[in-house]
Design a protein around this ligand. Sequence first.
Ligand SMILES: Nc1ncnc2c1ncn2[C@@H]1O[C@H](COP(=O)(O)OP(=O)(O)OP(=O)(O)O)[C@@H](O)[C@H]1O
Ligand SMILES: [Mg+2]
Length: 344
Amino acid sequence: MADARDAAEPADETELAIEGALRPMSLAEFVGQQKVRGQLQLLLDAARIQERAPDHILLSGPPGLGKTTLAMIVAHESGRPLRLSSGPAIQHAGDLAALLSSLTPGEVLFIDEIHRMARSAEEMLYLAMEDFRIDIMVGKGAGATSIPLDLSPFTLVGATTRSGLLPNPLRDRFGFTAHLEYYEPEELERVVERSAAMLNVDLPRSARAEIARRSRGTPRIANRLLRRVRDYIVVHGSASSSGVDLGTVRAALELYDVDDIGLDRLDRAVLDALVRRFRGGPVGLGTLSVAVGEESDTIESVVESYLVRIGFIGRTPRGRIAMPEAYAHLGVPHPDGALRFDDL
Ligand SMILES: Nc1ncnc2c1ncn2[C@@H]1O[C@H](COP(=O)(O)OP(=O)(O)OP(=O)(O)O)[C@@H](O)[C@H]1O
Ligand SMILES: [Mg+2]
């Protein structure tokens, strides 16, 4: 597991603390995602003018793109306290009832990985989101009765890496749904620039661009690679006296198994299985997951979503196929090319 997700997941307590320190606290500081930023700004402004809690917000997208960060920004910008919870922590309706009934008026409730919440809690949440009310069941069997309980108005911010797994009735109850997209290299360059300034690392533009290019479209990875480059400089020094040169950055990144376009070991394992073992596919996601020894959830939300985005993998009704770009990256001749070659 550690291997598989180390690119996108926060690793340990220290890393988490640093990640927290680098988190933008306002929409103005939040880089990229221009459309989502504009929409959120409008939503927050409207709520402020009307002196009410902002609408419920659903944020979806692959790990490390800023869902938790945006939830914190929503609370911060609307001047409301934030309560953090997550789907896996809500195993029973009772867990959710306890959480909801303890919220202070106007509080922002963040539920991470909301698709992993218990089904019974999900149903309770429908009513809570719509009417700020829940029904608490008391007793069991024929003697069971439900007691209605009024809640203070709150804003729910749900985050999910798998929005496809959310039941429609739940999705429909969010007033605003945003899907976060992978970042462009120029946007990641700005993330690196901002973080480098905060970490006191002096990097020339070429070095920042190199880190951005290898960050898999993901700010969390950009920040992580930046810290690895900083470690490398602390230990080895920078190669030229005028500052950190590109060679130093490349040497640092190579140590961490990040290839020249930012793919990590798991990305390459999936591509390799698809191209070599399954001869380019089509192959089902489950089969592919077994071949690389990783959960299909991870393969779908972390690996495949990025490889599709950069045009290395195609999704077809019969399964996943390798695109010519994937062959080129692995240095394997494309079958079509080989055929034409043989025909000569
Ligand atoms: N738009 C952004 N601008 C600047 N930094 C960002 C941005 N988005 C994310 N980051 C940085 O990336 C880190 C990871 O972001 P965040 O924790 O919000 O991701 P996430 O979408 O919640 O991921 P997960 O699905 O794993 O929970 C943050 O600590 C923050 O420093
Ligand atoms: Mg998060």
